[in-house]
Design a protein around this ligand. Sequence first.
Ligand SMILES: Nc1ncnc2c1ncn2[C@@H]1O[C@H](COP(=O)(O)OP(=O)(O)OP(=O)(O)O)[C@@H](O)[C@H]1O
Length: 459
Amino acid sequence: MEKDEDGFYNPTPSDAKKPEAPAEPPVDDGKKSDLINSTFEVQVTLADQQQDPNSPLFSVKTFEELGLHEDLLKGVYDMGFSRPSKIQERALPLLLRTPPQNMIGQSQSGTGKTAAFVLTMLSRVDFSINKPQALCLAPSRELARQIMSVVVSMGKFTPVQTEYAIKESVPRSTTSITAHIIVGTPGTMTDLIKRRVIDVTSVKVFVLDEADNMLDQDGLGDQTLRVKNTLPRAPNGPQIILFSATFPDHVRKFADKFAPEANKIELKKEELSVDGIRQCYMDCKNSEHKYDVLVQLYSLLTVGQSIIFCQHRATADRISQKMSAQGHKVASLHGAKDASERDQIIDGFREGKDKVLITTNVIARGIDILQVNMVVNYDLPLLNEREKGADEKPDVETYLHRIGRTGRFGRKGISINFVHDKKTWEQMEQIERALGKKIQRIETDDLDEMEEAMKKTLK
Ligand SMILES: Nc1ncnc2c1ncn2[C@@H]1O[C@H](COP(=O)(O)OP(=O)(O)OP(=O)(O)O)[C@@H](O)[C@H]1O
């Protein structure tokens, strides 16, 4: 297949039947566009925010100016995107350059990083060669499935073929995967490569979404490195793309080694919090009282959709069973559930069948469900959980990712931390200090105040 003058592969019409769509931005009527159907009136529009130079959604360029192939432009517009966000505008021209350069890209939660790396993968694939050419790793099957849905939507006008590398996705009898783009989790990806079901010799793009988590030795670092070590080496090695909303210091050095000479887009500490998310706390009397407060909140949790984060699977199970037994409809999701059940639960939540999802850190990162307007940290996220004698420091990165499940792409949201003793109080103060952002108190016995706060925030 021929490359066009910009160096991008140009699929011919014979490659696949492509649906027709104009390569034009969707009509943006300025006021009250794009934003969620909230019961509370939305006053600031996406269009307004994309004009504001201080917003992470701001851009001066159009998608046309970013050097995308026409088929991908159609895909972008078909998804309803009218203007790029700041990270898309800044990253895409660097990502699409010839020769390819590595990238370490940071931008706040919900600001459109997925589109930036998905468009890069789609731009670099030669659709006439039926071999894997782009691999993308994510920390959870839920996120891998979500990324795949973006690949499929954005690639709708191309002949792209895709495959998952997640548990139970590839039958044991499969001997070879010929899809162009493979999205998965590191364990299954390593297994498929080791068994030579995935031939990596033609891989030219390697993406780590939630890269700090994927590289962290406390996280998925070993497994990710194992995948990388199977890929072609320089000078024939792939373009390496690392994206996340957070890059804590202890991972940065390793990220630099993993993606040498990368172009970098970084955030300052004071830019990490998303302005549209109102961060609050409720001072519970003790650990048991947290449950009562959660139940009291139920009517507000179901105004839109909510995610309740617990530190342990057992807590998620316990509170979801208790709430269900008391007649409150909730769903619960964690890593101990089997693959098909996990898919069913997250799909049900995505479709709005369940309004409250009780979970663990398994879906703290990346999950994009626009109707989620409330996140509750039933337990604050902690570091070093497994280390004996660790003094239970808060995990500021995970905190940012958890609350970032709301307030997506300019929407408003509320996060509520439950604190119940001196230790949790101090942990919350450490989070406040780390982010330079005040977390506001809401009284536990004043539902009216809570409702007021919610109305104000979601306006
Ligand atoms: N240019 C755009 N115009 C309108 N909506 C967009 C645009 N880019 C992305 N979006 C939407 O914004 C939402 C958030 O995007 P995405 O999930 O890529 O965020 P993210 O930066 O990867 O967040 P996280 O750090 O939580 O993983 C998605 O629903 C996506 O469809």
